[in-house]
Design a protein around this ligand. Structure first.
Ligand code: CA
Ligand code: CA
Length: 203
């Protein structure tokens, strides 16, 4: 009897724990839009110097909501790929579900996303652009199969030393609000990745 009660209390506590944990996250993007490119697009994506990328929506493979971002890529040495969402991009309709300036950034210490891997060993750069236009990088690897949550603590991002926009403040400080995130599969690699459920995290 006591054991049953104990298990019941444990079950309640774990449900409460899950609810609280979820309550600590702020969903900033879920890719629930019709994916289009170009100046009026919902995703700012492209490639160059021999690399190639196609970005579409997936409804068969998704982590939350009804859709995920599907990225078919061919990344070659010296090439580049970008798949970006946020404010101030060339694609005018690439905004997150929440305006970056409406977020209390000081309450969060990490940004997370879900990626659907195929154990391809591809290295994936996850970049964020800060309020001074500076680009910061976090690298993860597709070394698993299925959905995985990748948590990127803000203090684990490093300022990109290979490239920065002309307009970047280049002060090596992560200035909030962050306004853009982008994914880049790194060379040499080829395959398909899915992304979903981008959140800010309190830890
Ligand atoms: Ca989604
Ligand atoms: Ca900065």
């Amino acid at each position: 009897m006591k054991k049953t009660f104990f298990l019941a209390v444990l079950a309640v506590l774990s449900v409460v724990g899950i609810v609280l944990a979820e309550g600590n996250n702020l969903l900033i993007d879920d890719f629930e839009v019709a994916i289009t490119g170009g100046p009026d697009g919902t995703v700012d994506f492209g490639s160059g110097n021999g690399s190639a990328v196609e970005v579409t929506e997936a409804t068969d493979i998704k982590n939350s909501g009804n859709k995920a971002l599907k990225v078919v890529y061919d990344a070659v040495g010296g090439g580049y790929i970008y798949v970006a969402r946020g404010t101030g991009l060339d694609a005018k309709n690439a905004n997150w579900v929440i305006n970056p300036s409406d977020i209390k950034w000081q309450e969060y210490n990490a940004i997370s996303f879900y990626v659907y891997g195929t154990d391809s060993k591809t290295k994936i750069a996850f970049d964020i652009k800060d309020n001074g236009g500076e680009i910061w990088r976090f690298i993860t690897q597709d070394d698993f199969k299925g959905w995985k949550r990748v948590v990127c603590n803000f203090d684990k991002f490093v300022v990109r030393d290979d490239w920065q926009p002309e307009s970047a403040d280049k002060n090596s400080q992560l200035d909030f609000p962050v306004k853009i995130f982008q994914f880049e599969p790194l060379a040499d690699s080829k395959g398909t990745l899915y992304f979903d459920t981008v959140e800010l995290v309190k830890q």
